[in-house]
Design a protein around this ligand. Structure first.
Ligand code: PLP
Length: 474
């Protein structure tokens, strides 16, 4: 196929050139009636490009993308990886079926379990005692779990994590396929992985049957642009499209599709070079930051530690705890003092998601700011919450997530021992600390309350103050 083609971008441009006037949707009439205030902020050309897409252009663009990344098929979606994950999960599992799921998942996976009515068999992530973060489970962990639960309908892994540590997708795919079990990989951060060998192995190359990617996270797509990639022959592509049709919009955005088309076009033409240069710049940043004694910068030595099989060097993860501050505070300080936005702040770390767009000027600005932070850190404003041992946060799944979610509920200030009817997900990375059907224990309640006091963002708690929690009424 000719990767220089851009079917979606061409269709948008052609519609605009064609002298069309629409009496159909969208009612903004390609921006004709957009007021000056809206146009000043959003730009009139955004509306001019917001045309109804011809399906043919999208499927041509999907074929080009599938070829560019080595997938059997690609499906463009327009409501983030969340809808792609819902679609994939509704395809590989369903009511009453079991699915083996990495417990370190994003909340969209839990939402999918509720939608599908499936029974999760939790795969416990590897807990890194030293760093107090979770890494993906190993291939051996998956094999053992499948030995215990041979009737699972599929396996879902999340790799790499938001800290950049990745699973042995190759090994896990081999184990799944020996049992004809499809492997679904949430690779939300890795749409560029197929285009450079130094990056973690793209899930689709490692044997995943389905891989989900966000185009806006570490790549050039507009927010909500996402992909489902299909590999192998264990998942029916027709089922996949039917499930997407069930839950997605009937008016998908041409802007989002166009940004996916443009991303693929650019990556096919110059992705390797762009990423090569970005990796070189990133290495320089890491070398410079590693010289600062008071901070700890994650590097490739993480590979092999606690089952970490791959590592994404574009994730710059810095432990600032030796400065006597939390990552939450470091993130806020960088924002308020230097107008630099980090991807994530947690109890110990700030994480920056570097991309091929970040040039030397931007990276020097970041490095200077971190040097300034280390030289003169702010005084600690809130103590870091004690992070319990992972074992203490491994909660009992006492009820099916869907049943608990739709059960009669009540709010209680003392949830210990009760079954949760909500999910509460420290964000980012958005991994629920508790989810519907799990039984609250004391460490999780204390961890969440202390985390909130220390600056943790908990966008989905029923009671944002955490004075009470939503539980299944007894
Ligand atoms: C690992 C992972 N999966 C899925 C999602 C959902 O992606 P989106 O925001 O594109 O819906 C996120 C978002 O943070 C994520 O980090």
């Amino acid at each position: 196929m000719d990767q220089r083609k851009t079917p979606v971008l061409d269709a948008i441009a052609q519609y605009r050139r064609g002298g069309n006037y629409t009496f159909a949707l969208p009612g903004h009439r390609l921006g004709l009636n957009v007021d000056d205030r809206t146009a000043a902020v959003l730009s009139r050309s955004t509306f001019e490009a917001d045309v109804i897409m011809a399906k043919q252009s999208v499927s041509d663009a999907e074929e080009l993308l599938a070829e560019a990344v080595g997938a059997r098929q690609a499906i463009f979606t327009t409501c983030g990886s969340s809808i792609s994950i819902h679609t994939a999960m509704l395809t590989v599992t369903g009511p009453g079926k079991k699915i083996l799921v990495d417990r370190n998942v994003h909340k969209s996976v839990v939402a999918s379990l509720i939608l599908a009515g499936a029974d999760p068999v939790w795969l416990r992530p590897r807990w890194d005692q030293q760093r107090q973060i979770a890494h993906p489970a190993t291939a051996h962990d998956v094999e053992q779990a499948l030995d215990h639960h041979p009737d699972v309908s599929a396996v879902l892994m999340i790799t790499p994590t938001e800290y950049g540590t990745g699973a042995d997708t190759h090994g896990i795919a081999r184990i799944c396929h020996a049992r004809d079990t499809p492997l679904l990989v949430d690779e939300a951060w890795g749409a560029h992985f197929p285009f450079h060998p130094t990056l973690p192995t793209a899930a689709i190359h490692a044997g995943a049957d389905l891989a989900v990617q966000s185009l806006h996270k570490a790549d050039g797509g507009l927010c909500q642009a996402s992909l489902i990639l299909l590999g192998g022959d264990l998942v029916d592509p027709v089922d996949l499209r039917l499930r997407l049709d069930l839950i997605t919009t009937t008016s998908p955005s041409a802007l989002l599709y166009g940004s996916i088309d443009g991303f693929r076009h650019r990556m096919a033409a110059e992705g390797h070079q762009l990423l090569e240069e970005a990796l070189q710049r990133t290495n320089k940043v890491r070398t410079r930051l590693t010289k600062i004694p008071q901070i700890d910068v994650m590097n490739e030595s993480i590979i092999g530690h606690d089952g970490v099989a791959e590592w994404d060097p574009m994730k710059l993860s810095i432990d600032v705890s030796a400065l006597g501050i939390t990552g939450y505070q470091a993130k806020d300080w960088l924002q308020s003092q230097h107008h630099l936005t980090a991807q994530l702040g947690d109890a110990r770390r700030v994480v920056f998601s570097l991309t091929y767009t970040d040039d030397t000027t931007a990276l020097n600005r970041l490095t200077d700011a971190i040097e300034a932070l280390a030289a003169d850190p702010p005084t600690n404003d809130t103590p870091a919450p004690d992070i319990p041992e992972l074992e203490q946060l491994n909660l009992e799944q006492a009820m099916n997530p869907r049943q608990a979610y739709f059960a009669t509920t009540e709010q209680t200030s003392d949830p210990t021992g009760r079954i949760s009817a909500e999910m509460i997900s420290p964000y980012p990375p958005g991994v629920p600390a508790i989810l519907p059907g799990e039984r609250f224990n004391e460490p999780v309640v204390e961890y969440l309350r202390a985390g909130l006091a220390a600056g943790m963002t908990l966008p989905d708690a029923a009671d944002p103050t955490l004075k009470t929690f939503r539980v299944v009424r007894q």
